[in-house]
Each structure stands twice: as structure tokens, then as C-alpha cells.
Design a binder for this molecule. Structure first.
Ligand code: UDX
Ligand code: UDX
Length: 437
């Protein structure tokens, strides 16, 4: 079933969410023939008309180009997609339940769906972030319900894509992790990823699944660590940015993920840290370190709000501009965004909010009430007693602060991402607070 030139594959990617869509478009770019499948028919119709549901830089062009080359198509027909493919990726959501455990019902549903239409050898690959030992369950489900004794393999190939940079993360990864049980599965995945020329770590399935949770939890730990240090900086007059620089140049520590701020959000870190704590508990290990990592993250935004309160005294009736709603720049994703926490708390205190984000406005309008959505930063700061910078978008770096000073009622900037320098804003007559400085 290999496609024509024998080195490329027919691939199905089930789930056309943030991750699935990027994986589909990038595998198509590498020359594979990809069917992107989703059970949400509306989403598939949108995609067929070349509308990308989520903002991801470069994705729309990549999708268009590969649909034109006939390397990529969208479908809600799971049967046809499975039967036409050599390799099937599962990229459906694995959201957190109330208790932090991952909800794997979509993964099970897809595994069952595959079992019903399996007609020849397929390699089924978990792309979604799943707890260790999920591969075993996927395999069991397919074997139990398959109609006949059809050969298949299950593998784990976790994604490490950052939203906003997902395409370059896919095409230029630091490493590719594949967890397999057979030589056949290993050689198929190695061949699929050969064009990327990245180091490939081959492990068993459980190890690959664990690598994903351990990696994201470690990155969250790194950020919470620097945020905890930022508290000491605030109390002692040290500067967190210089501390991070001084630490990060040590290659054993590394410069990345040492930016102090109002904490980590998004669809992955909060969910994955919770899931890892839960996974550990199930094995009988109390991962207290990660509980503290989560605690530091929540404390960080609370403390930031307290400092704003200290300056403004009474929040009721105060005009507050919030720049940035997405959980980080270059995405319109609002999931677990620290900005939403600030908005809820400020609305509780009856502050008047004017908000702006370069990409997330349409999504935000669907569920944020009682705030004024503004066209740009300057409209947002009109009459404001405080400008809160919540997301480090590039366009916020180059704001005209002379103009902003004339627009605000009280020139006060609360910089939740350390985007500005205190001396620069101070010299323009602003009251400025940053994180850990
Ligand atoms: C992904 C991963 O799946 C998750 O484990 C990882 O940690 C983060 O990224 P994401 O792409 O963000 O999730 O999820 P989402 O945007 O919710 O997309 C999932 C898609 O799967 C949706 O389009 C949904 O309609 C589709 N889906 C869900 C199916 O096609 N079939 C199902 O049975 C369930
Ligand atoms: C993360 C992982 O990095 C990626 O490998 C994949 O597994 C999915 O989850 P993503 O959630 O897209 O990616 O964003 P990321 O760039 O990792 O940022 C996560 C959060 O940490 C954001 O809220 C960001 O603002 C925050 N962050 C990041 C900091 O507060 N400081 C930093 O130094 C870096």
C-alpha cells in the first residue's frame, strides 16, 4: 500500500484539532498522502473550504499548498481513511477530568472505530498526550473488537509542538521519540521521519508515553522555579532577568523557559502536570514536587494582582486595560490563559475592563462578558488607571508610550511578562511594576 515512489506513505490523522492539523499538513509537505479525519462534520466542511479553525502561523498556506498538490484531503469517513492508510495517527483531545486524570474516552472511541474497519496490517500511532500504559489499552481494544485476526501494531510518537511555532517544531525537531513493540513498526516510523534528519529515540511504548509527561512537567517546573526565584528578587532588589541570564548561560541549565511572568497556561502544561501527578499517585508515588510546581504557578498570578491592588487601592470602578488574552503569543488559544484568571478576578472586584488581543478576540467574545473589546492597544488604554500586559505579543513591544501616557488617566503599567524596562517607562513618567524586578 505504499504510495508511488515507495518511500512515502499513505497516512490518516484522526482528529483535526491544533495538533492533528499541523501533523497532517507537515506530513503532507514531506510527500506523504494524508487524510485528515474528524468526527466534527462542521469542522471538516470548514477545512474543505480552506478555513482553518485555529490561528497558527503558516498553517493556512501549508494546508492550501498541500491540498492543491493533492497530498492532503479532509474527510469525516473514518472507514475509508483507515482502509487507504498504512499509518494511522490518533490525535484526538485528551482533556483533564475534574480530578486531573486524563479523559481517554475519545482515544478509546477511535480505537474501537479503527477495530471495526481494520482490513489489513496497519500501524496505529498515538500522537495525543496519554498516560503511560495507554498503548496497552489501545491495543487490547482493537484486538478485542476487530473482526477477525488481522495483524496490526500500536506505537507511541508523542508530539512536542509549541503552539505558534508548531510547523517549525514539527519540521525541525530537537528529537523524535518513537515507542514501539516490533521491528516493523520501528522501521515504518523511522522511514516516515527520515526526511527530517533529526535524532530518533526508539524506546518501548510505556517509556515513550512517559517521556512526554516528564518533558512537559519538567518545562513547567523550570518556569515555576524561575517564578519562585522572582519572588526573592522582588524582596531583595535583585533582577530576575539578569539572574535568568546568568543561570541560563550554563549549558547544563540552558536559557530557554526561564522567562519569569504570570505563569504557564495553555492546553498542555496545566493538563499534563495534573495528569502526571495523577499517574504517579496511581503507582503509589506522591509527586509533591509537581504539586508545588502547580502551586507556584497559581500563586504567581495572584501575587501580581495583589501588587496591582496595592497601587490602585480600590479596584471597584477603576478602568483597567488588558493587553493580551491568549495564553502566549502567536496563538488565539485561550485555554487556561493567565489573562482569563485576571479578567475574572478583576470583574469580581467590579473593575471596568477594556481588552485587546491581536488574534484571540473572536474566540474571547464567545465567552467573556462584561468587558469592552477594543480595536487596538490605544483604544484599550483610553482613560485607564492601569495597563496590564498579559501576553508578550510582538506588536506590544513597540507601543508608542508617549501616546499611551496622554491616553491613560493614571500612567501605570503592570507588566506580567517583563516585556518593558522599568527605567524606560520610568523616564517617561510611568509607574511600572514587572515580575521579579
Ligand atoms: C491535542 C492532543 O490530542 C492532546 O492530547 C495534547 O495534549 C494537546 O493536543 P488538540 O489538538 O489541542 O489536542 O485537541 P483539539 O483541538 O480538541 O482537537 C481534537 C480533535 O479531535 C477535534 O477536532 C475533535 O472534533 C476530534 N475528535 C474528537 C474526533 O475526530 N473524534 C473523536 O472521537 C473525538
Ligand atoms: C507545550 C510544550 O512546550 C510543547 O513541547 C508541547 O508538548 C505542547 O505544550 P505550548 O503549550 O504550545 O507547548 O506552549 P509553550 O511555549 O511551551 O508555553 C507554555 C506556557 O508557558 C505559556 O503560557 C507561556 O507563556 C509560558 N512560559 C513559557 C513562561 O511563562 N515562561 C517561559 O520561559 C516559557
Amino acid at each position: 500500500m505504499l504510495a508511488k515512489n515507495d518511500t512515502k506513505f499513505n497516512v490518516a490523522v484522526i482528529g483535526a484539532g491544533y495538533v492533528g492539523l499541523v501533523v497532517s499538513a507537515c506530513l503532507a509537505k514531506l510527500g506523504n498522502k494524508v487524510i485528515s479525519v474528524d468526527n466534527n462534520r462542521k469542522k471538516i466542511e470548514l477545512l474543505k473550504s480552506m478555513k482553518i479553525p485555529n490561528y497558527e502561523p503558516g498553517l493556512e498556506n501549508l494546508v492550501r499548498e498541500n491540498v492543491r498538490r493533492r497530498k492532503l484531503e479532509f474527510s469525516s469517513d473514518l472507514k475509508r481513511a483507515v482502509r487507504k492508510s498504512d499509518i494511522i495517527f490518533i490525535a484526538v483531545g485528551t482533556p483533564a477530568k475534574e480530578n486531573g486524570e486524563a479523559d481517554l474516552s475519545a482515544v478509546e472511541r477511535v480505537a474501537f472505530g479503527i477495530s471495526q474497519v481494520l482490513d489489513a496490517y496497519k500501524l496505529i500511532v498515538e500522537k495525543s498526550t496519554v498516560p503511560v500504559r495507554t498503548g496497552e489499552k489501545v491495543k487490547e481494544t482493537i484486538r478485542r473488537y476487530a473482526k477477525g485476526d488481522i495483524e496490526f501494531d500500536v506505537a507511541s510518537n508523542p508530539e512536542f509542538l509549541r503552539e505558534g511555532r508548531a510547523i517549525s517544531d514539527f519540521l525541525r525537531p530537537d528529537r523524535i521519540v518513537i515507542g514501539v513493540e516490533s521491528k516493523r513498526a520501528a522501521s515504518l516510523l523511522k522511514a516516515l521521519y527520515r526526511p527530517l534528519k533529526a535524532p530518533i529515540v526508539v524506546t518501548d511504548i510505556n517509556t515513550a508515553e512517559l517521556i512526554k509527561h516528564a518533558s512537559n512537567s519538567f518545562l513547567a517546573t523550570k518556569i515555576s522555579f524561575i517564578n519562585a526565584v522572582s519572588m526573592i528578587c522582588e524582596k531583595t532588589g535583585a533582577n530576575i532577568e539578569e539572574v535568568a541570564l546568568g543561570m541560563g548561560l550554563d549549558r547544563r541549565i540552558g536559557k530557554e523557559f526561564l522567562a519569569a511572568g504570570i505563569g504557564w497556561g495553555g492546553s498542555c502544561f496545566p493538563k499534563d502536570v495534573d495528569a502526571f501527578i495523577h499517574i504517579a499517585k496511581k503507582t503509589g508515588y506522591n509527586f509533591r514536587l509537581l504539586e508545588e510546581v502547580r502551586h507556584v504557578n497559581i500563586f504567581q498570578r495572584r501575587h501580581f494582582l495583589e501588587r496591582i491592588k496595592e497601587e490602585l487601592w480600590i479596584l471597584k470602578g477603576k478602568n483597567i486595560a488588558i493587553l493580551g488574552l491568549a495564553f502566549k503569543p502567536n496563538t488565539d488559544d485561550l485555554r487556561e490563559s493567565p489573562a482569563l484568571y485576571l479578567i475574572n478576578e478583576l470583574l469580581e472586584e467590579e473593575a471596568k475592563l477594556r481588552v485587546y488581543d491581536p488574534q484571540a478576540m473572536n474566540k474571547a467574545k464567545k465567552f467573556i462578558r462584561n468587558v469592552k473589546f477594543c480595536r487596538d492597544s490605544y483604544e484599550a488604554v483610553k482613560g485607564a488607571d492601569c495597563m496590564i500586559l498579559a501576553t508578550a505579543w510582538e506588536e506590544f513591544k513597540n507601543l508608542n508610550f508617549k501616546k499611551i501616557k496622554t491616553l491613560m488617566r493614571y500612567p501605570f503599567v503592570a507588566d506580567g511578562r517583563n516585556l518593558y524596562s522599568s527605567s524606560q517607562l520610568g523616564s517617561l513618567g510611568f509607574k511600572y511594576i514587572g515580575i521579579g524586578k
